[in-house]
Design a binder for this molecule. Structure first.
Ligand code: ZN
Length: 426
């Protein structure tokens, strides 16, 4: 098995991709380089759909046709929790210009304080009678949310920020500053009044780094879930490099809005994956019945990060299911279906790991703590696909800065590449 994924490659991928729109742009650029063609949902698709991809906002689906009918789908999500810009942006408080921010998803708020923040996302601007989209990526430290001094906290134990009152970022010491929107319009070369809409978010501008005395850890933002986006992309590209093409069509489906429940025009609960799969079948000359038969024989490995056992909080983890950083990919099982894994999906993924020669760890959440969820159960519900929830181990999930083991990056990608070769199961 070829394994082109590395922690250094993941670090560059993450640093290039501060927003879901940039994840899609980074993935699209790699796919175009590898000879994939972009198709649009608004156009008729050609009959020969070899290696293509399609974007819907911050979501992207790519596929590489095999000689059989069924699909092997690797899923993931492009969004990460962060602080996002409100609609009336510019404020003055205590004689200082500030920028109004609010949390997106389950951001671990303390981790966002005292960090040098850049800005990214997309903006719609006036374009003749219509609207044009512009990507924004500012890696300069233009924003900062300072902590309260310890001397001003009531018990000197620190303050958990209130999401409404404590997250505005400092913009300027000048209370008459023209503000963020005017500054951004100038950067984009448009008039302030031509900026019509935005999805703008902050990111830590500190680059990702390999750390640790043995250089065996990766310190980075957005590992949840760009580690899956990257590992899945490398897997899809590696499969294309092998001499034996897999029988199934390999699909990489990366969705926006997982961190807020996936219910959107482009989230995992939308029709995006089902409609792309159906259009692939239709383009081959199949009909609705063919599509339904193909889906019934297909599998999805839904990738999202997993909790490694924290050395300082080992008691927060299920004692019989300790997950080791650097111990290989993780199968996630939950009896209350917070994860979609069933015996069939687990069997297919365990077999893929054996073929790839990587160990598989098995995660179960403590029965007395509420378990998080992911796109696996949503994808299974939406499409009827046999779905297995998998991931790679990490610490500090949803922090502005997360941590994983260097060794897990190639192992995770190799397991996903092997999954693309899984045989049909009756
Ligand atoms: Zn996630």
């Amino acid at each position: 098995m070829v394994a082109s994924a590395s922690a250094a490659g993941l670090a560059s991928f993450i640093d290039a991709s501060p927003s879901p729109f940039h994840v899609c742009a980074t993935v699209a650029a790699e796919l175009l380089d590898a000879g994939f063609a972009e198709v649009a949902e608004t156009q008729a698709w050609p009959a020969e759909l070899g290696r293509c991809f399609v974007r819907r906002g911050g979501s992207i689906i790519a596929w590489s046709s095999g000689f059989g009918d069924t699909f092997r789908i690797v899923g993931g999500h492009t969004d990460s929790p962060n602080l996002r810009v409100k609609q009336h942006i510019d404020r003055v408080s205590a004689g200082l210009s500030t920028v109004a921010l609010e949390p997106y998803g389950g951001a671990w708020l303390n981790s966002w304080l005292d960090r040098d923040l850049g800005l990214s996302g997309r903006v719609s601007v006036l374009d003749g009678d219509g609207v044009a989209e512009r990507l924004v990526k500012i890696d300069e430290p233009i924003l900062r949310v300072p902590q309260l001094a310890i001397h001003l906290s009531e018990d000197r134990k620190g303050v958990t920020p209130d999401p409404q009152r404590h997250l505005d970022a400092l913009w300027s010491t000048d209370p008459d500053s023209p503000g963020l929107l005017a500054w951004l319009a100038q950067r984009l070369g448009v008039a302030d009044t031509d900026v019509l809409g935005w999805e703008l978010m902050t990111h830590d501008v500190e680059p990702s780094r390999i750390v640790g005395a043995e250089q065996d850890l990766l310190s980075a933002p957005r590992l949840d879930n760009q580690a899956t986006c990257y590992a899945g992309l490398r897997a899809l590209l590696d499969v294309g490099e092998t001499t034996r093409p897999p029988s199934a069509t390999q699909v990489l489906a990366l969705f926006d809005h997982e961190e807020v429940g996936s219910g959107s025009q482009r989230g995992a609960a939308s029709d995006f994956l089902a409609s792309v799969c159906e259009r692939i079948v239709l383009a081959r000359g199949g009909g609705r019945d063919d599509y339904l038969r193909v889906m019934a024989g297909s599998f999805c490995a839904s990738g999202d990060m997993a909790h490694a056992t924290h050395p300082n909080y080992a008691d927060r983890h299920e004692p019989g299911h300790q997950i080791r950083l650097g111990g290989g990919p993780v199968l996630k099982v939950n009896q209350n279906l917070r994860y979609a894994s069933d015996a069939t999906g687990a069997g297919v993924f365990e077999q893929a790991c054996r073929r790839a020669g990587v160990p598989l760890q098995r995660y179960v959440h403590r029965a007395d703590l509420p378990c998080g969820s992911t796109i696996g159960p949503i994808t299974a519900t939406r499409t009827g696909l046999v779905t297995v929830d998998v991931g790679a181990p990490q610490l500090a999930m949803h922090s502005a800065r997360e941590l994983m083991a260097v060794a897990d990056v190639p192992m995770y990608s190799a397991a996903l590449a092997a999954f693309y070769f899984s045989a049909d199961t009756p």
